[in-house]
Ligand binder design. Structure first.
Ligand code: SF4
Ligand code: F3S
Ligand code: FES
Length: 253
């Protein structure tokens, strides 16, 4: 079965733009990206849209559908209110390049600012041993497809350009949490305190655990409960640890 839908798509570039309406055919079983491709094929060949896998795995097709950050390839038309206009806009937190395509370079910059896993001394790859619980934690965080929908939705940077230099965003605070809780990461041995950098360089304190990031994650990663809150607890414990406090006082650390 097929029907006609109205799609309202934002078109423009860094200098500005506007919403443009399209009447377009929708077939049973289609996702929003199918319909955007049909608009491109039949009415607006120059409509810019980024996509790759059409399977929810490459993280390219992020946009805002009726104001909600989502993957276009994983949003079934049948889940949207029947008969209502479908509005598609680019992710608001990042600068528009053209139409639905944004420049997500902010995220790559933040990724570069986080030092990688530091291998333990004297243990060769292949000899690493970890508790299953620690493996599971890393695996959950590594399901991230880097769609940046969590970064887009977080109110700390959404509409607050001025916070961007100081705040890494949920995806990258989660990366710090992963490394800080990794039993084999040898950061501390090389003088790197990941908890301290999370607080002082990556803006952990800006996060007030609203959990909006978790709500939009297409991989269902419990970003707030499993990464951000534990990282905050660890950072606070460290601050109030009497030995750390004493060490700071007498200049040992
Ligand atoms: Fe996307 Fe989830 Fe990764 Fe954030 S944590 S970038 S929402 S997959
Ligand atoms: Fe932002 Fe997620 Fe914290 S939405 S405020 S990073 S819980
Ligand atoms: Fe790859 Fe949507 S096209 S996640």
């Amino acid at each position: 079965m097929s029907y006609e839908a109205t799609f309202r798509v934002w078109r423009g570039d860094a200098d500005g733009g506007e919403l443009t309406d399209f009447q377009v055919e929708v077939n049973d079983g289609e996702v929003v990206l199918d319909v955007v491709h049909r608009i491109q094929a039949t009415q607006a060949p120059d409509l810019a849209v980024r996509w790759n896998c059409k399977a929810g795995k490459c993280g390219s097709c992020s946009a805002e559908i009726n104001g909600r950050p989502r993957l276009m390839c994983m949003t079934r038309m049948s889940t949207l209110p029947a008969g209502e206009t479908v509005t598609i806009t680019p992710m608001r937190t990042f600068p528009v390049l053209r139409d639905l395509v944004t420049n997500v370079g902010f995220n790559y910059q933040k990724a570069r600012e986080i030092p990688a896993f530091i291998p333990p001394q004297g243990v060769k790859p292949g000899e690493y041993r970890m508790q299953q619980e620690d493996v599971n934690r890393s695996q959950e965080f590594r399901k991230c497809i880097e769609c940046f929908l969590c970064q887009d939705t977080c109110h700390v940077v959404r509409d607050h350009e001025e916070n961007k230099p100081a705040f890494a965003g949920p995806r990258f605070l989660m990366r710090i949490a992963e490394l800080d809780m990794h039993p084999l990461d040898a950061a501390a041995d090389s003088g790197l305190d990941r908890k301290k950098t999370a607080q002082e360089e990556h803006g952990l304190g800006y996060c007030n655990i609203t959990k909006c990031c978790t709500e939009v994650c297409p991989e269902g990663i419990k970003i707030t409960d499993n990464a951000l809150i534990p990282l905050k607890e660890r950072a606070v414990d460290r601050k109030y640890d009497p030995l750390v406090w004493l060490g700071n006082k007498i200049g040992l650390r």
